[in-house]
Ligand binder design. Structure first.
Ligand code: BES
Ligand code: ZN
Length: 456
């Protein structure tokens, strides 16, 4: 095994690695929108073809939703399973994109080149870092590294509905010594990071109905109840004046941060002012007695993601609507139980409903928070390998986002997972003009080569 040779090969072949990523980015694999079902399938086929050409035994595996991709290369040493997702978020509002989201481009940015396009950072660029590391390894050493399984999902951005049954049905095939997940970022865009805590997610959609039709607000206004006012009041009541969430039982299972983790996070010297300043804000809006880093990594939240009803088109209409809608999500920590919380939330809303109103709920994803055990020596080996690539030691960090599979690797397959990714805070994931820095891609590929060498 010649790590230096592999790193050199990665540097020399970077333009071809970028071209391959561009091919994958051209496939609009939006998992949540049924109109793109064929494209999700095509992205899975593209990956199977790439992995097969590289020498993996790879197959597209059907599910009731979008297919999974599973690839295997048997060999000596620790069996590692690499996970990424090939699906992407919807692109709207399209008008805010500077170019077609699925016509990716290598652009000059203020601090170097960047790859612009939907999925560049989340998660196609990241999953390709691993494939490209394997490719360079094979070109230099004549064979793929070690003992690998690759597992790509196509429904991560839409709540992973097929994941649990698929993992249970294929448990033997998917159980390795350790999982590697590449779907997170660097710390503050410059320090390599291994995520040890991930928040869970619970999604709820609700409709409040009142009158049996929309009404003229002059004829009925004042006498008839307005469901938008009812909904707004219920939503406003979800937080108290200190920022705490009022749903009964909500804080059951929310732990205080252990002292050693608090000390680790303090040592990271997170720039709180820049964190909010970069997005045009200045005052933290969460629980009053918490720092912003705690708010995003270790505290639960309740956020309204969308609210609509009545007339929202151009001009004006004096309507008293018969319905009001909202989409609300909760980020969960510790051992908060998403299913129990769904019930407490629904009970809370019902308890606030005035006469003549009824509510209908539609549940979305429900995944618990994940806590990674870092006792396995592989963590320290990976940390060292990352430090060698990036020139600064890797940090153990939390992550405010959710990656449902991270917890399932432990609960369903009994495996620890190591979450390492190279995204930057300004990648605009889920937003218009998503990008992945060429530096993230290049050093990400090099990082995996180093980690594979260290874990071999
Ligand atoms: N890659 C993200 C998770 C993430 C977000 C990591 C921010 C690092 C920083 C992942 O693809 C994602 O967006 N997950 C969704 C989960 C969902 C739709 C079930 C999320 O967190 O909203
Ligand atoms: Zn992702």
């Amino acid at each position: 095994m010649a790590l230096d040779g592999v790193l050199k090969k990665i540097d020399e072949t970077l333009p071809a690695s970028v071209d391959r990523l561009m091919d994958l980015l051209r496939i609009p694999s939006i998992s949540t929108d049924p109109a793109f079902k064929g494209d999700c399938d095509r992205a899975a086929d593209w990956l199977v073809a790439e992995l097969t050409a590289l020498g993996f035994e790879a197959a597209k595996r059907p599910t009731p939703g979008h297919p999974m991709v599973v690839a295997r290369k048997k060999g000596p040493g620790k069996h590692l399973l690499f996970y990424g997702h090939y699906d992407v978020q919807p692109v709207d509002p399209l008008s805010l994109w500077d170019r077609d989201p699925f016509d990716p481009e290598l652009q000059d940015g203020p601090k170097g080149k960047l790859i612009r396009g939907r999925g560049a950072a989340d998660d196609k660029g990241q999953l390709m870092t691993f494939i490209e590391a394997c490719r360079a390894w094979k070109e230099v050493n004549g064979e793929l590294p070690g003992n690998l399984t690759i597992f790509f999902e196509g429904e991560e951005e839409s709540g992973s509905p097929s994941l649990i049954p698929f993992m249970k049905e294929n448990a033997e095939e998917l159980t390795a010594d350790m999982a590697l997940i590449c779907d997170t970022g660097l710390f503050e865009s410059k320090t390599p990071a291994i995520v040890t805590m991930l928040r869970g997610l619970l999604g709820e959609e609700l409709t409040i109905r009142a009158s049996n039709k929309d009404l003229h607000s002059g004829m009925y206004g004042g006498a008839a109840i307005n469901p938008i006012r009812v909904l707004a009041k219920i939503i406003a009541g979800l937080h108290d004046e200190t920022g705490r969430i009022t749903v009964p039982g909500f804080y059951d299972g929310v732990p205080e941060l252990p002292d050693e983790v608090r000390a680790q996070w303090q040592a990271l010297a997170f720039d709180h002012a820049a964190f909010l300043g970069d997005v045009g804000l200045s005052v933290p809006a969460g629980e009053q007695d918490r720092t912003p880093l705690e708010m995003i990594w270790s505290r639960p939240t309740c956020e309204v993601n969308g609210i609509w009803g009545g007339y929202t088109g151009d001009g004006f209409k004096t309507v008293l609507p018969s319905e009001a809608h909202a989409k609300i999500s909760f980020r969960l920590v510790g051992t908060q139980d998403p299913h129990k919380l769904r019930e407490s939330f629904r009970a809370y809303v019902r308890s606030q409903l005035p006469a003549d109103c009824e509510v209908e709920f539609h549940g979305h994803g429900a995944s618990p928070a994940g806590q990674m055990a870092i006792d396995d020596p592989a963590f320290e080996k990976a940390r060292k390998a990352l430090g060698e690539e990036w020139g600064v030691p890797a940090a153990y960090v939390g992550c405010g986002g959710s990656i449902p599979i991270a917890g399932y690797f432990k609960t369903i397959l009994g495996m620890d997972a190591m979450l390492i990714g190279f995204g930057k805070d300004n990648d605009q994931v889920h937003s218009p003009n998503e990008k992945y820095d060429l530096e993230s891609y290049h050093k990400g590929i090099r990082s995996w080569a180093r980690i594979l060498a260290a874990l071999d």
